[in-house]
Design a protein around this ligand. Structure first.
Ligand code: CP3
Length: 348
């Protein structure tokens, strides 16, 4: 029986419903800044952890207990569902995902196996166990990579600064590129649907690198796939967060998709993002993650400005503009959560 999360200020803020204070969670709140995670990683690889339900549960729940954040995010990686298409990859420490046989032609796409949910059942089992451990008041966010961001790894074979092969393929062979994105969109829909069926209360779609595209290319090559994803997910009835880095030029299009919440990186003032997208969508962000590394007073100073500006907003969720750096001090994160909750309190 699925656990229904009630009385969650995170869900309430997503939906623009009344809540007591500004909710907070952190992208990469589970990771190497935690001594407990580093201890586990000395015994298992990242991929071993992400493919084992008990580890998924333990790593996902830990930051909720340690920091007091208002939501858990599934411990996994955007590459994991590619197991369901028989794509072979590794995650190399300090580098990122590496794809053994990059996909660069329409023939490569045609050879991909159709996404098979059963091959990633360990994720769904991990979600069931996590939701049970979290109980009825802490929501679990499921997530998936978006087609463009996943395609960039599949095409380049690893991380990239320029996305040169990705862009060249997008421009020179639109049907081949479209076929790949379409397969990744199908995967995202099935994978995210499975996560909600297993107990996730909200979903985040990571399009981390889509900000590299000009608006005209986003509209031509990416937006149609995103429309399809959001239309397919809407009937699930859970909040949908869409996040990318460096996307001010794409925000209006991103909002048009019907996302419940847009994630904003640290470069754009979040009040400017609000002016750009209007009142009827949630916003999440956007402290510069490096403030955590600079120390507690820098983190608190930056956060206070953002919370003061957004606390009356009604549809605002505190987060960093990107993931927690591994050099962060867990005590700074903990202090940040307590302060955001205190500053964000709505006086009644
Ligand atoms: O936020 C969370 O706590 C949930 C876990 C999570 C991870 N990856 C764990 C992880 C999530 C949501 C992701 C998504 C992800 N993975 C994205 C989108 C979010 C973003 O950061 O923009 C991207 C682009 C990736 C690809 C990826 N995987 C990168 C760039 C890296 C870092 C490589 C490194 O060593 O610095 C990974 C590995 C990874 N994913 C780690 C974690 C905790 C570190 C791996 C380790 O334990 O060695």
């Amino acid at each position: 029986m699925a656990i229904v999360v009630t009385d969650s200020r995170f869900i309430q803020a997503c939906l623009g419903q009344p809540h007591d204070t500004v909710p907070v969670w952190f992208m990469r709140q589970a990771g190497r800044y935690q001594p407990s995670y580093r201890a586990l990683r000395s015994r298992f690889s990242m991929l071993e952890l992400a493919r084992t339900p008990i580890h998924i549960r333990d790593v996902t729940v830990r930051p909720v207990e340690d920091l007091g954040v208002d939501a858990a995010i599934l411990f996994s990686d955007i590459m994991i569902p590619l197991d369901g298409m028989n794509i072979r990859f590794d995650i190399k420490e300090h580098v990122g995902p590496l794809v053994f046989d990059p996909i660069r032609t329409g023939a490569d796409v045609a050879r991909l196996a159709p996404f098979n949910r059963e091959k990633v059942d360990f994720v769904f089992e991990g979600i069931r166990r996590t939701v049970e451990a979290l109980g009825p008041t802490t929501p679990l966010l499921g997530f998936s990579g978006a087609p463009f961001t996943l395609a960039s790894y599949l095409i380049e074979g690893g991380p990239s600064r320029t996305y040169r092969r990705t862009k060249a393929w997008m421009w020179t062979d639109p049907p081949g590129f479209e076929a790949l994105l379409s397969r990744l969109a199908d995967m995202a829909v099935q994978y995210l649907t499975g996560q909600v069926e297993a107990g996730a209360s909200a979903l985040q779609i990571f399009d981390s690198w889509v900000g590299t595209l000009a608006t005209v290319d986003y509209r031509a090559a990416v937006l149609p796939h995103m429309v399809r994803i959001f239309q397919a997910l809407a009937p699930l009835g859970v909040p949908l967060i869409y996040f990318g880095v460096g996307t001010p030029h794409l925000l209006s299009d991103m909002k048009s998709l019907g996302a419940t919440v847009l994630g904003i990186d640290w470069r754009t003032p979040i009040t400017e993002a609000r002016a750009l997208v209007g009142p009827d969508v949630g916003l999440m962000g956007n402290l510069d993650p490096e403030r955590l590394v600079a120390g507690q007073s820098q983190a608190l100073m930056g956060a206070r400005g953002i919370v003061e500006a957004m606390k009356g907003d009604g549809r605002y969720i505190f987060n960093l503009g990107h993931g927690v750096p591994k050099e962060s001090d867990p005590m700074v994160l903990k202090a940040l959560v307590a302060h955001v909750h205190q500053w964000g309190r709505y006086s009644s």
